[in-house]
Design a protein around this ligand. Structure first.
Ligand code: HEC
Length: 154
């Protein structure tokens, strides 16, 4: 009888600590996935943004159609990284500063700025006027830099 009770108690204990371990494992995986999500978003956005940079620097011949297509892709991709900044994802393999979660309003403002600037950049590209595109490219780039300066570790 005694042994049976002990067995039941032990199983319950083991079960609950296993549950806790699994829970924290799942939590860690969630954090890892959030971080991967945002980094992948930034990396892809940056790939298309670099193409526009080449046009901006006159390292790539100006092709209005291609610039519109790339600008649209950047505009679309600029919407994606933010979902990856879930609460509790300030540690791990990340350069995100904890300030992001301390001053969420400021971070949200800068991310909204990026979305707005990339929309304007598409519009500017659609005019087919290289000068207009360049001005709006600069404004977009300034937003990338402003946020990195405030919220990304070197
Ligand atoms: C609202 C803030 C914000 C804006 C705007 C922003 N970034 Fe970032 N970016 C970050 C943060 C924070 C990280 C660090 C992410 C991490 O390590 O978890 C980052 C990381 C990156 C990375 C590195 C990704 C990796 O794999 O580690 C690249 C590349 C990048 N950003 C490019 C850009 C470009 C290009 C723009 C503008 C078109 C831009 N970002 C706009 C906040 C921003």
């Amino acid at each position: 009888m005694r042994t049976a009770i002990r067995f039941i108690l032990m199983s319950a204990l083991l079960g609950s600590s296993l549950g806790v371990a699994l829970g924290s494992w799942a939590q860690d995986r969630k954090i890892e996935q959030s971080i991967k999500h945002r980094k992948a978003g930034f990396t892809l956005m940056s790939a298309y943004f670099s193409r526009l940079l080449q046009t901006y620097d006159s390292d790539r011949p100006f092709n209005a159609k291609q610039v519109v297509a790339d600008a649209k892709t950047v505009e679309y991709l600029s919407r994606l990284p933010w979902e990856g900044f879930a609460p509790g994802t300030d540690h791990g393999e990340t350069r995100a500063k904890p300030d992001i979660w301390l001053d969420e309003e400021r971070f949200k403002k800068l991310s909204a700025d990026l979305e707005a600037k990339t929309t304007l950049m598409t519009k500017a590209a659609e005019t087919g006027d290289l000068k207009k595109f360049k001005v709006s490219f600069e404004q977009t780039r300034n937003t990338c830099n402003a946020c990195h300066k405030e919220f990304r570790k070197d």
